[in-house]
Every structure is written in C-alpha cells, then in structure tokens.
Design a protein around this ligand. Structure first.
Ligand code: GLU
Length: 303
C-alpha cells in the first residue's frame, strides 16, 4: 500500500491503534474470531482505532479467495475497521528496503543450511531447533539462500498485559532467525514488525501461540529504531484433542447465521460477561460488549 493512502494517526503516543492481522490461508474459524473480538474490544474500549491487515505474505499457503472473504465475514459479524485494509503482498519493496537497512548495519547474513543440517547440528529451543550460526561468517551470496539476522545473548523482556513478564535470550533460546526464505518469501517476523511500525500500531492483541515470537519482534524493532507496542496474548482456542484450531487441524468455517451465538461463545472464552438477550444482532452485541471489556477477566493460560 502506498504510504500516502495509509491512515494518518497522531504521533503523541496517547493514541490507541490496534490491529487484527489474519492470514488468509482458510476461512475464519472460531479461534480467529476470538482474536478479532479481543483486539476489537480492547481497541474500542479505549476509543482506539482498529486496523485490518491481510497477512498474505506466504503465497504458498494464502489464497486470494480467503483474502476477499475474510473482510466480508468480519463485516457480517458486526466488525468495522478504520482506514484501508493493508495487504502484505503489496508491500514487498518496503520489506526489501528494511532488509537492506539491516544488511547495511551488518546484522544479516545469507545461509545455505538445509532443514536437515540445522536439525542435526542444533539443540532444541523454545520454538524448534536453535540455529547455531554455522553460516554466520561464510560470506555467502544472498542468491538462492535464506537471509538470517544475527541474534545476541542479551535478555529481551516485556510485560504482557495478560501473561505477565516474558523473557528470552534469543541467541540461546531461538538462534539467528530467518527474515527472508530461500524461496524469496519474506518471513512473518520481518513483515509484521515493519507493518506494525508503518501503521503506528500501539497495542497488539493476538493469540498466545505468538507469545514466543514477540521477543524476536522486539529485537527487530530495537535494531530498526521502531517503537515497541504493548502486547496482550489471549488464550488459544483448542479442539477436543487439545490442538490449536487452524486450517491444518480442520477447524470448521463459521457461518454468519450463527454470528450472535459464536460472538457470545468468543466472549465466554475470553472470560467476559455476556450482554443481555436484547443484543440480538452481531453489531449491537459487539457494541454492548465494549463497556464491559475487562482484561483482568481473561484467563491467563496460554492454551
Ligand atoms: N497472521 C497471524 C495469524 O493469523 C497473526 C499475526 C499477528 O497478529 O501478529 O495467526
């Protein structure tokens, strides 16, 4: 999206700018609805803006059909967003510019390691194998190779508004992580940091499956001189087998005819009180849930 068409928001720091950032890999399911409800109510209860971003950066998994359908489903469920929808696949030049900046600062390197080489040479970290930096000083060409960012052992901490204090030492817990994949696709960790900064997002409310990604994002924000937003991670919705609801675990798509029931279920999942029976339309139900939104009632468990 051109910078000029982006919504301009006050820079005085007093403004709340929230966002909802679904990946259009499938239709919205109950887990995505819960994240939408939480980010929406948190933003609206603080008179904030609520932006919608289509995180379609992974073209191997995303489908334009779902990118078209998701905003329609959200509207049918009573959500209204501010400004234009930001579409990641239209911002590749911007991500490359930021990657070039990190490279100029000596923070990135090309990596030719295969998944197997990494698995064989790594210890297990909190989010898969910890990449030990085999290619760090090889000076490989970026062509046909992944681009990683150098991490450090310094501790990165943040206070999640629901999950409490979280700390990671990236070099030990995660390792140097990928910003651009070998196949040329930009990684979520890079795109999300650039978008949150460009959209001047001040508050991030999302599923706790992303709690472990946050230190990586803060690290990139610090390296790029971007502000760090406040974070709130809500408990993930699981199916009867305890798996996170997702396209992979065959989460059912939601029907707008059940919108009120699903919205009430989402509020219950978030520990919130339910609006009275007179709120019988999705938009009025969501509206009625704004003044009673209490983050202290959100269950702390991450799954
Ligand atoms: N696109 C991610 C998802 O659908 C959310 C990313 C984020 O909120 O930071 O799970």
């Amino acid at each position: 999206m051109a910078e000029a068409s982006m919504k301009v928001i006050g820079r005085d720091g007093s403004r709340y700018v929230g966002r909802y950032a679904p990946s259009p890999t499938g239709p919205l399911h109950f887990g995505s609805l819960v994240a939408a409800v939480a980010s929406y109510l948190d933003a609206r209860s603080q008179n904030g803006d609520w932006l919608l971003r289509m995180e379609d950066i992974d073209s191997t998994r995303c489908r334009s059909q779902f990118a078209d359908e998701i905003p329609r489903t959200l509207a049918a469920f009573g959500f209204h967003w501010d400004g234009d929808i930001l579409v990641q696949s239209r911002r590749l030049d911007r991500y490359q510019l930021v990657l070039d900046q990190l490279k100029a600062d000596g923070l990135t390197y090309a990596c030719s390691c295969s998944r197997k080489e990494i698995a064989d040479s790594s210890t297990q970290g909190i989010d898969g194998p910890v990449y030990g930096g085999i290619c760090r000083d090889k000076g490989l060409s970026p062509i046909g190779n992944a681009i990683r960012v150098r991490t450090t052992p310094e501790e990165i901490c943040f206070d999640d508004r629901v999950q409490g204090r979280q700390c990671q030492r990236l070099e030990n817990d995660i390792g140097d992580f990928v910003l651009k994949r070998r196949d040329g696709l930009f990684a979520y960790q890079l795109a999300v940091v650039v978008d949150d900064a460009d959209q001047q997002v001040t508050h991030i409310v999302r599923g706790a499956d992303l709690l472990d990604s946050t230190a990586r994002q803060i690290y990139l924000q610090q390296r790029l001189g971007f502000p760090t937003p406040s974070y709130l991670h809500i408990p993930v919705v699981t199916n009867a087998e305890g798996q996170k609801l997702s396209k992979q675990t065959l989460a059912p798509a939601m029907s707008a005819t059940d919108a009120c029931k699903l919205l009430r279920d989402a509020l219950l999942h978030l520990g919130q009180s339910l609006p009275g029976p007179q709120s019988d339309r999705p938009a009025t139900l969501l509206e009625a849930a704004i003044p009673t939104w209490r983050i202290g009632d959100i269950p702390r468990r991450s799954m």
